[in-house]
Ligand binder design. Sequence first.
Ligand code: ADP
Ligand code: MG
Length: 628
Amino acid sequence: MTTMTEAAPQTRSFEADVAKLLHLMVHSIYSDKDVFLRELISNAADACEKLRYEAISQPDLLGEDSQPGITVTLDAEGRCLTIEDNGIGMNEAEMAEALGTIARSGTKAFMEKIAGAKDAEGSQMIGQFGVGFYSAFMVADRVDVTSRRGGTDTAATWSSDGLGTYTIQPADVADAPARGTRVVLHLKEDAATYTDSFTVERTIKTQSGHVPVPIILKDKPDAEPKRITDGAALWTRSKNEVSAEDYKDFYRTVAGQFDEPALTIHYRAEGRHEYSVLAFVPETRPLDLFDPDRAGRMKLYVRRVFITDEAQILPRYLRFVRGLVDSSDLPLNVSREMIQESPALAGIQKGVANRVLSDLEKLSASDAERYLKIWEAFGAVLKEGLCEDYGRRETLLGLARFKSTVSGSQWTSLKDYVASVKENQTAIYYATGPDLDRLASSPQLEGFRARGIEVLLLTDQVDSFWVTSGVDYEGKPFKSVTQGLADLSLIPLPEGQEPASTASDAVNTFIAFVKATLGDAVADVCASDRLTESAVCLVAPEHGMDRQLEKLLAGAGRLDTATRPVLEINPQHALIKKLSEVSDGETELREDAAHLLFDEARIADGELPIDPRAFSARLTRVLSRGLN
Ligand code: ADP
Ligand code: MG
């Protein structure tokens, strides 16, 4: 072994992404450097938990040192801070892999975000993206990591100034941790405050007070060790022994976010399956909420031993919930792969999902304002459940809140919607589109407004999917205002308003002419009862896809044929009446009008005219004619 320690250090380059990340980390995140401590302690704690897990099948790994611990040592004279753990440790290859590359797929997105982010936001993002280790370079101009993997008799040192390269070389086992990892930060001049024991102790207690491994602080390299956190598992305590402050600190540790939990769920399930749950709904969206790779983030423990955070305890549409489940009845030595098959896990999955939803329901009744905050942040994700979890649809529809033509800037529920339906109204009407204001002013809504019929305005992408998945609420189906017949004639208008009478013969003739002129561009042209002020609008044919869904799919390249829309014409509109009276001989004017009406309807839907050059030629002709 001794020959190895004399080998020349091997210099290697960081993966390009790491180098870029380090640069950003050092140059764009100035405030709140404290997070580096949280990140390094969390890595040390993870290493201790991994050891505990591996030791289940290999008890020898623990040796004589079976109590996990993290020791933070300060050295003001040498301007050094050291974090040492007796966890699983890393061998040379593992170090090169873990500290020289970035495994996570979200990293690119992270770097783009962080480059444009303000200080405080930037430091919040670090934890979320699992690039924690590199935060050490915010405060250190050299970092040495000496590690010895449990069960091996060699150690290695990784060392870098964070500027593009690092070295790895074998280390003298006598100086290395007997097992685990020692991270030495050679602090920058302006980071000397991290050798001050008061500052460091306070920071660790607030950021990492509930890490499930005890933390020991040494003021000086030769000082007496002092235990500053106890490593007790917060979730094993009963609710009335835990303060709001404790919950908040713990939430920040598990979520890697700096906001407050909007909802805390802490209980012990008893009966067929016994387990404790401590889970939180955050206040704000994590950045990668819609990353397709983002999975749930609930950790699974078995009798306080961390097993995995990939057990998919909650369904995907609850992926914003952070926390853990500690099971008393799963066998400790179950392999991670076997867990998925276990009936106990199935029981936990069902129980926890139900509990999260019922706690949300309770919150919506007891504290509507706080509930709406959660809905604003995560409603779009919860609605995915309407397509994915048929068994809980009722519950999810009950939790859903909507903007509508009646609610204005407020949120409304389906319960309220159904309570105020109009006479003979058999459906729940909705419109979908990306922009709320534009949606609210769509011509297709006019006839509904005139009758006082509430229309839900749905602006999330997922809305186009769940509304067409056959849902109903209290026996009322959902119906798009931009698809098929509006069929409003049965619903009375307020007193004093005349219903749109049927089209006159002249108008019908004109409609037939428009249809013939537009030919294949439209599926049909017909008289509308959904318009009151506008002359025209487009709707989707009764069968097939609604227009917004089609746009979404086409935009995602998942559609090659477009459905032809139906052009609806308002038979009562002054312009339409006038056009119907234009004599047959004026072919050019009538044809221009037919095309312009179609293009007008497209523009009102936020689209371009079919043929922009032909459109402007026609517009010019018609306008010039008006001026003659
Ligand atoms: P993350 O913790 O999200 O994986 P980090 O950048 O914080 O990302 O750490 C990268 C990797 O480095 C870890 O996944 C782990 O494999 C390794 N690592 C870091 N610190 C330690 C440590 N104290 N003991 C063992 N492995 C560590
Ligand atoms: Mg980490």
